[in-house]
Design a protein around this ligand. Structure first.
Ligand SMILES: COc1nc(N)nc2c1ncn2[C@H]1C[C@H](O)[C@@H](COP(=O)(O)OP(=O)(O)OP(=O)(O)O)O1
Length: 184
């Protein structure tokens, strides 16, 4: 597993409005939970899934989950895409999101990927029900609150990095978006 998100620590340190819990949890050095998220974007539409169980159930989201020990982040993204949507794809790095929750011990680091095409036929699984949405019809009212902020970058094919602080799991309390790093 690999990650490099010291920029998230700097971002909260330099933001006077960042909530205390976000600053404390990011500065504490607590091991971050690594996750993946894949959004298939064919140029006019995105393929999302309605999460049927577990964290984020009832929200539309891309396909993804936790990085298992011994896996690279991209291997985890491929595995989760196959497990949740029954497809494979050539993945492109789209951005990184760091989430800090007041009710979760660890910050979460979510690596977002896109793909313009895929192999297989998207199919419903135990975890997700896939559905296409046009770019003008993305169901933000039924998605995580952060999505409204970073989807525009994804749809413009612009690499993004963001830090988001949530209270009571789903209430977005604060966020910041950073310019892409020089090597991204
Ligand atoms: C907090 O805001 C979030 N926004 C968005 N768009 N996506 C998020 C947010 N927080 C988490 N996610 C994503 C990251 C992952 O893709 C999933 C959560 O993964 P999950 O907990 O379902 O992981 P699995 O490994 O599949 O879990 P199980 O095997 O235990 O079901 O949500």
């Amino acid at each position: 597993m690999q990650s490099d998100t010291d920029w998230a620590v700097e971002a909260v340190q330099h933001a006077s409005s960042a909530p205390d819990f976000a600053i404390q949890k990011l500065l504490s050095g607590t091991h971050r939970k690594l996750l993946t998220l894949v959004v298939i974007n064919d140029g006019a539409r995105v393929l999302l899934g309605l999460k049927k169980r577990g964290f984020g159930a009832g929200f539309y989201n891309g396909f993804g989950g936790k990085v298992d020990p011994g896996e690279t982040i991209e291997e985890a993204a491929q595995r989760e895409l196959q497990e949740e949507a029954c497809i494979t794809a050539e993945l492109k790095d789209a951005g990184v999101l760091v989430f800090v929750f007041d009710d979760q011990p660890q910050p979460w680091e979510v690596h977002v990927f896109t793909a313009s095409s895929y192999v297989g036929e998207p199919a419903e699984t135990d975890e997700m029900r896939p559905q296409w949405f046009t770019h003008t019809d993305v169901p933000f009212d039924s998605m995580w609150a952060d999505d409204l902020i970073w989807y525009p970058y994804l749809l413009r094919h612009e690499y993004f990095r963001g830090v988001f602080a949530f209270r009571q799991t789903t209430k977005l309390a604060w966020h910041t978006m950073l310019p892409p790093s020089p090597d991204s």
